[in-house]
Design a protein around this ligand. Sequence first.
Ligand code: ADP
Ligand code: MG
Length: 260
Amino acid sequence: MSYLSIEHLDMSFVRGKLASQVLRDINLGVEQGEFISIIGHSGCGKSTVLNIVAGLLDPSLGGVILDGKEVRGPGPDRSMVFQNHSLLPWLTVYENVAVAVNKLFKRSMSRSERREWIEHNLRLVNMGHALDKYPQEISGGMKQRVGIARALSMKPKVLLLDEPFGALDALTRAHLQDEVMKIQKDLGNTMLMITHDVDEAVLLSDRIVMMTNGPSATIGEILSVDLPRPRDRIALADDPRYNHYRAAVLSFLHDRHRLQ
Ligand code: ADP
Ligand code: MG
C-alpha cells in the first residue's frame, strides 16, 4: 500500500433536499517523498479533495489512509498551507510558528530546543532576519514563507498546499517555488499541492494529477514528470522534454474546457 492512499472518494454536498455530487471515485496512491500536483479547472473539486485528506471534511464514501492509519479528522501529521496566509495578526513571525511548535512539542522538547527548532524552520524559508516582525509589516511572499515554516515545523507526514503561490507576483512566486524545491530535496517531504499554473506543476512535480471538470469530477489522467532534479527553470525553458510535459497538461485542460 502507498504511504498516502486516497481510496474511492465520493463527495456530495447536501443543501435541503438537493444533493450535488462534486467528486466521484477519486483514487490516488502517493509514495513517501513524492511531490504531487493536482491541477484542474476552477470549481472542479481540488480543494475538496485536499480538505478531505486534511480531515476537515468527511467524504460521502471512501476514505484516506496515511502511513497505515485511516484519517479521521484533522491532525498534526497533515499540515496545510493556504493561498491566503493564515497567520495570526497579533503575533510576530516567531510567535506564529511558536504557537504550533509549543503545542505539539511541549513534552518532547525543552524550551531551548523548541526555540532552536522554530528559528531553524524560519531560516529554512529565509525568514531568519524577521523574527520580531508582525504580519502586517511583511510582504505577501514573506507571509507565505512563514506559513510554510509553520507547516514544516509540525514535522508532518504530508504537507498539503492549496494554491500556495496563487496570490503572489510572478517573480516572488518563482523564488518561492525554487525554495520549496530545495526544501523538499533536503528534507524529503511528501507534498500534495493544488495549482492551476501549468509551469509550476511541471517544474515541481514527480506526478501531475489532472482532474476532469465537475460536477462529479474525477481523475482524468496522471502524468509522470521524469525530469532530473535539481530542476532549473531557465535551463528547462528550452528543454524539449519540459515542453512536451507542459503541452500535455495544457492540452488536457484545453480539451476539458471545450467539452464543458
Ligand atoms: P476547486 O478548489 O477545484 O476550485 P472546490 O473544491 O473549492 O473547487 O469546490 C468544488 C465544488 O464544490 C464547487 O462547485 C463548490 O461550490 C462546491 N463546494 C465546495 N465546498 C462546499 C460546501 N462546503 N458546501 C457546498 N458546496 C461546496
Ligand atoms: Mg480551490
